[in-house]
Design a binder for this molecule. Structure first.
Ligand code: FMN
Length: 357
């Protein structure tokens, strides 16, 4: 664990850069720390999650913020090992870290893997007042507009420098992004088609998908408005949600899309958590640069196709998630925002004094 810095010393911010610690009290009269923690946890509610399960719960403590996984919202059929649930929670963790930095709080991140408390994923501790980070403020604005747009992307190519920036954002958070060459994209397309076929034959997976695509009014799951009304023409098939939505899809084909594979050195919970943080950083960078990103996790869910991805990486590491990147169709309106759970259901402030958070 990182040691707590003393006031006036430099410490590492949410983006890995060193920042000066400004000596200030935790309990500044205008904004108590617990308020900042509760607000950061609420902002993290905007994070992406597989099937919009939002499988996290935050606990605000007087001097720390705890992130816990909610097993009831883990996909037991599609994600028994917990890869996607940890990726989703990691995305929320990165959102909370950036939200704190935007408010002028530096935190130490402890990623926990404690068999005696398996739900506890991470703790933000050692909070110190620092100068509010303008870059983090811009990133928080991107959280408000980022969304998943499953329509085909436009024919406009994504500049190489933009892909480099997205890749760097992921790398800064400890996961790597491999951009697939045309042969590898064809291999991915075949694997994604195969994964869809395998999943369509599995009744438990179908039931699970059906559950998360029929949750209207609950604040979780995928409403019809965000699902395409017909399968979009894409080089790599997107997930077959087993039902048509109401999102209009144009005749375009996403030939200009770039496919990336998020991967890393280990295949265990903390590396999936970090990969989720990297996913969030990469996606928010993409949003800032006008790039639409869609994760494709079916190929990772099916063991056989995950091994195909491992071979594509040729020993570089373990695959976590496939990402499609492209410039969104500028002619038509994209999908609406996917709903979220009310904050009080995901942020527990009962441990802090009434009225403080
Ligand atoms: C780990 C992970 C896996 C995902 N897998 C898919 C996928 O296979 N297909 C898809 O269309 N969207 C996928 N998504 C996107 C989620 O469905 C989306 O983030 C969620 O519904 C919330 O919507 P929003 O991103 O528009 O806020 C995935 C997201 C995450 C974090």
């Amino acid at each position: 664990m990182e040691r707590q810095p003393r006031p006036g010393h430099r410490r590492v911010g949410h983006d890995g850069k060193r920042r000066k610690v400004v000596p200030m009290s935790h309990e500044t009269p205008d904004r108590p720390l617990t308020t900042a923690l509760a607000e950061a946890a609420a902002t993290a509610g905007r994070a992406p999650s597989v099937h919009n399960t939002q499988p996290w719960r935050w606990r605000v403590l007087p001097d720390a913020l705890e992130l816990r996984v909610v097993r009831d919202r883990q996909l037991t059929a599609a994600d028994p090992e917990g890869r996607l649930v940890a990726l989703s929670c990691g995305a929320a963790l990165h959102h909370a870290r950036v939200a704190l930095a935007a408010e002028g709080w530096a935190a130490v991140v402890e990623r926990v893997d404690d068999p005696s408390d398996p739900e506890l994923l991470a703790r933000l501790t050692g909070l110190q007042r620092v100068k509010a980070d303008p870059e983090a403020m811009r990133t928080v604005q991107c959280m408000q507009v980022r969304h998943t747009d499953r329509r085909p992307v436009s024919d406009e190519p994504v500049p190489v420098a933009t892909i480099d920036d997205i890749t760097k954002a992921a790398a800064d958070e400890g996961a790597r992004l491999h951009v697939l060459n045309p042969d590898q994209v064809m291999e991915l397309a075949a694997a994604a088609g195969h994964a869809d076929t395998v999943e369509a034959k599995d009744s438990q997976l179908r039931e699970e998908l059906d559950y998360w695509t029929s949750r209207t009014g609950t604040g979780t799951g995928l409403p019809p408005e965000v699902l395409p009304e017909q399968p979009p023409q894409t080089t790599v098939p997107g997930r077959d949600f087993g039902r048509s939505g109401t999102l209009p899809v144009g005749p375009g084909h996403d030939r200009a899309a770039v496919y990336g594979l998020l991967y890393g050195d280990e295949d265990e919970r903390n590396s999936w958590l970090r990969a989720g943080e990297a996913l969030s950083a990469a996606w928010l960078t993409a949003t800032r640069l006008g790039v639409s990103m869609v994760p494709l996790s079916g190929v990772v869910e099916v063991e056989g196709t995950r091994q195909t991805l491992r071979r594509v990486l040729a020993g570089l590491g373990y695959p976590y998630l496939v990402l499609r990147m492209g410039i969104a169709d500028p002619e038509h309106a994209g999908p609406p925002h996917t709903p979220r759970l009310p904050t009080e259901q995901v942020v527990d402030t009962s441990a802090v004094r009434a009225g403080e958070a």
